[in-house]
Design a protein around this ligand. Sequence first.
Ligand SMILES: Nc1nc2c(c(=O)[nH]1)N[C@H]1C(S)=C(S)[C@@H](COP(=O)(O)O)O[C@H]1N2
Ligand SMILES: [Mo]
Length: 331
Amino acid sequence: MRKHPGTPWFPQPAASEITPQSIFAERRRLLQLLAASGASTGLTAWAAREALAAPAAPDTLPALPSSPSTVPGARLTATPTPYADATGYNNFYEFGYDKEDPARYAHAMPTRPWSVRIEGLVEKPGTWALEDLLRLQPMEERIYRLRCVEGWSMVIPWVGYPLAALLKQVQPLGSAKFVEFVTRADREHMPGLRRGGLDWPYTEGLRLDEALHPLTLLAFGMYGRVLPNQNGAPVRLVVPWKYGFKSAKSLVAIRLVEHMPATAWVKAAPHEYGFYANVNPGVPHRRWSQATERPIGQGGLLAPKRATELFNGYAEQVGSLYSGMDLKRYY
Ligand SMILES: Nc1nc2c(c(=O)[nH]1)N[C@H]1C(S)=C(S)[C@@H](COP(=O)(O)O)O[C@H]1N2
Ligand SMILES: [Mo]
């Protein structure tokens, strides 16, 4: 992987191997493919709009559409949230507590060089350069609904591959039962770290079987482009059946452990946030109902709410992970 100052960090062919015209053609081809394969889904509108848009951005991240037969429920039949809303209304508390703060400040965070440490109970611990993560396997497009615990939701076409692909490479030991995720904490570039509230770095966790579930995504891009910093560049987790806070941004370490790890939210407010954090309209937050949600980018505060679904609509795929568990107790 060559590093050129001032160019994007993802692997690129040398300038001699590619012309701007062929980049554009490749993007068009990708979008046409997406539009064709997404017929009668929300993807169509999105891809069609993007296909018409002017020249390819230099931050294109091609992905194959995921096949609904290999990943049931991976593609929602809902219209994606407008890009401007998905990148302008964010939670990334390292950059501040207002929804506009991440878009305002995160661009200053350097996202290369970047690496992710794989540690703990694995056969092959080590440090993965971002370039190696990007090459591990072809990227897929996955349209998922992200439901924030605060009561709003978005529909986002992510680009990535299952976290399981990476975990299989590093081979968890039999004693590994949970996965802990550690994210970047950088005082120089993250103004939010100077404020209290959460214990930095922001950490999250999953049970190993949740981490290995094919819906659990390691995402590098969205809307066919590399992730904007405010959405968790250069690599984040996306766990679609859990509240948004489980989907940790800007990962720097993935640690396989035996015992349930503490997480930033459980440490900050143990009565309000549980380890599981499965989306569940029947289990209210201590201070508000979780029965409905406000879709972002569809008419603002006056927009009609939609009913929140058990496991955020992915019950058929993930319900069996929790059979026999009291979801009111393990919230
Ligand atoms: N490192 C880190 N990851 C994070 C957060 C955060 O504050 N820091 N916020 C979480 C919350 S509360 C939500 S709802 C989602 C929002 O993701 P989005 O901004 O890409 O929609 O990111 C999650 N991941
Ligand atoms: Mo959230």
